[in-house]
Each structure stands twice: as structure tokens, then as C-alpha cells.
Write a protein that binds this ligand. Structure first.
Ligand code: NAD
Length: 307
């Protein structure tokens, strides 16, 4: 079989993890990142992955220069959503007519941004329950494993997505293919809508969302607004979404949400593709989303005034 050539645009915690797992399983993998020190360490010492107290080193090609990579069969976009447009332009340089471009980023809107520059028939999207943390240049922690779900953004030609799922599953990234991947992305989005901005603004851990009725009510209202937008878009969702969100908050109780971590570290958040997208999509449908509008405005204000 032809050896797959895979390029990862945005080799942070998740991009490095996926790239390393695919390299270990035998694919030709190139990590591309703008962070020169991280790339230098990977090239000199390999990528170190901490998992359950043990550390292993994985040899993988890494560069800051997309020209060095050339055409790739699969390009995985794993930048934060604020950088997706730029990453898509870089992906285009490496994409031939038979290449696929995959996003497993959080939030809604990344696949559409990619599909503005890449032929939509070549765009694959999904979600993953793997978790990873950047520990320093050349070092990541693989925090948890779980299912990955992908589908063609066009909804057609599922065989192409199946090829990726097979490759991933062989690389210990348990992956399944669905026909309507928008529903899967919405399902995860709703969890982020109910947890991320509230925890980020208040400094609490996910589980503390359940401590007070007022906090639960705020979360529920944000999720209900998002549900109304999803329904108006014809997205089929689970019946008990509000309870599901609170259950996820409980199950991930000791964790600080990714947006919480971004705010703690004074990094730009992914608010635009989480609560922000509820506001913008709601507006197109004539739906008011005051809770999401407030949460978005507060996060935008906070991140614009970081010291
Ligand atoms: P990260 O910040 O660790 O990695 C992003 C990387 O992209 C950084 O190394 C950065 O230098 C690089 N980058 C920025 N602009 C770039 C550009 N123009 N070209 C190339 N590289 C560029 O972020 P992460 O935690 O790996 O998250 C990536 C995405 O995956 C996010 O959408 C996040 O929500 C999602 N996600 C994360 C996790 C997790 O556990 N970390 C789990 C599921 C989904």
C-alpha cells in the first residue's frame, strides 16, 4: 500500500499528539508550526510524550516551512480556531486535487473557513475525545483517550473519510465515520457553550458550575439559546442536552476548561467559534441570544485587556 504522507498544520498539544501517533503507526508525518523553538527541539531530540507517568520519544519530521513538505495526502489543521483562516491558506499550498484536509478543532465554523479555500469535497471534519497538554518545547502530555468521529463536510463520498478512520484506528486513534458530522460537532459545541465561557470568566473548575443554582441557570440559558439555533438549522440533537452538559461538567469536575486555561495564560480564546457562533448564526435566523451575546462580549473584553 502507498505510504500516506500527512502534514499537521499547528503542531501544538493535539497536532503533535496526532502526528506522533500516526508516525508511530508507519505514516510519513510532517509537523508544521510557527513556534520555532518547539520545532527545533523535536528535530534535535524527537517529540516527548508523557502518558500515565511514562515518557517516550517519537521521531517525526518537523518544520516551520510548508515549502519543505510539498504535497501531502492528508493535511490535519490543529491550530486554535483564531488561526484557522491562516492555517487553511497554508494547507492549500500542500493540497493536491486528491488530498483531504481534516479539522478536529473545537467549536463550529472551522470547516466552513477551510472550505472557503479548499474544495469543500476535500474537507473532512469531526470531533475527538483525546486530550493533550503542551508541557514545553518538544514535550506534550497525552491526558486522555476516547473516540474520534469524522465525516465528509459535504456529506458525500464517505469512503474517503473511511480511509482516514482506518488509518487513525490503526494508529490507536479509535475513529468512526458518520454521515452527518454537523450533528456530532454541534453536540460537542453545546457542551462548550454551557461550560467554557462561564468557567473562564469566573475562575471556577468545571465541577463548580454545579455548586450554585444561579450558575446552573446561566449555563442552561446559554445552552437553550444554542439549542434554538441548532433546531432552526434543522440539526437533530439528543433530547436531554441541558442535563448532558451538566453531566459533562460533573464528570470533568476537577478540570479547568480549555477557555479557562486560555484566560489564565492570557491567550486569545476560541470564543468566536463557541458562544460567538451562537450569536452570529442566531442573528442570521432572526433569533435573539442575549446570554451568549453577553458571555461573548465579556470574554472579548477580558482578552482585549490582558496585561
Ligand atoms: P495548542 O495551542 O497547543 O496548539 C496550536 C498550535 O498551533 C501552537 O503550537 C501554535 O504555535 C500553532 N500555530 C498557530 N498559528 C499557526 C500557523 N499559522 N501555522 C502553523 N501553526 C500555527 O492548541 P491545542 O490544545 O492543540 O488545540 C488545537 C485545537 O484542538 C483547538 O481548536 C482545540 O479546541 C482543539 N482541541 C483540543 C483538545 C486538547 O485536549 N488540547 C482536545 C480536543 C480539541
Amino acid at each position: 500500500m502507498h505510504k500516506m504522507k500527512i502534514a499537521v498544520v499547528g503542531a501544538g498539544a493535539m497536532g503533535s499528539l496526532f502526528g506522533a501517533l500516526l508516525a508511530e503507526a508507519g505514516s510519513e508525518v510532517w509537523l508544521l508550526d510557527v513556534w520555532a523553538e518547539h520545532i527545533k527541539v523535536i528535530n534535535e531530540k524527537g517529540l516527548s510524550i508523557e502518558r500515565e507517568g511514562k515518557t517516550r520519544s517519537v521521531e517525526v519530521e518537523a518544520t516551520t516551512d510548508p515549502q519543505r513538505i510539498g504535497l501531502a495526502d492528508l493535511i490535519i489543521v490543529f491550530v486554535k480556531s483564531t488561526q484557522t483562516a491562516e492555517a487553511a491558506r497554508v494547507a492549500k499550498e500542500m493540497a493536491g486535487s486528491g488530498s483531504l484536509v481534516l479539522t478536529l478543532q473545537n467549536g463550529m465554523g472551522n470547516a466552513d473557513v477551510i472550505a472557503e479555500v479548499i474544495n469543500p469535497a476535500q474537507v473532512v471534519a469531526g470531533t475527538t475525545s483525546h486530550g493533550a497538554t503542551m508541557m514545553g518545547p518538544g514535550i506534550i502530555r497525552h491526558a486522555g483517550a476516547g473516540p474520534t468521529v469524522i465525516g465528509m463536510w459535504s456529506g458525500k463520498d464517505l469512503a474517503k473519510a473511511r480511509g482516514i478512520a482506518q488509518l487513525f484506528t490503526h494508529a490507536c486513534i479509535d475513529t468512526k465515520v458518520v454521515e452527518n458530522v454537523r450533528e456530532v460537532i454541534w453536540d460537542k459545541l453545546l457542551v462548550n457553550v454551557g461550560i467554557n465561557a462561564i468557567t473562564a470568566l469566573t475562575g471556577i473548575k468545571n465541577g463548580q458550575l454545579l455548586d450554585l443554582e444561579v450558575t446552573k441557570t446561566l449555563s442552561r440559558k446559554a445552552v437553550e439559546e444554542a439549542l434554538a439555533v441548532a433546531r432552526a438549522q434543522g440539526i437533530a440533537l439528543r433530547d436531554n442536552t441541558v442535563e448532558h452538559v451538566l453531566k459533562v461538567a460533573e464528570a470533568t469536575g476537577p478540570n479547568r476548561s480549555s477557555m479557562g486555561q486560555d484566560v489564565d495564560k492570557r491567550r486569545r480564546t476560541e470564543i468566536g467559534t463557541i458562544n460567538g457562533v451562537i450569536v452570529s448564526e442566531g442573528r442570521k435566523l432572526g433569533l435573539e441570544t442575549p446570554v451568549n451575546e453577553t458571555l461573548t462580549a465579556l470574554i472579548e473584553t477580558l482578552q482585549a485587556h490582558y496585561k
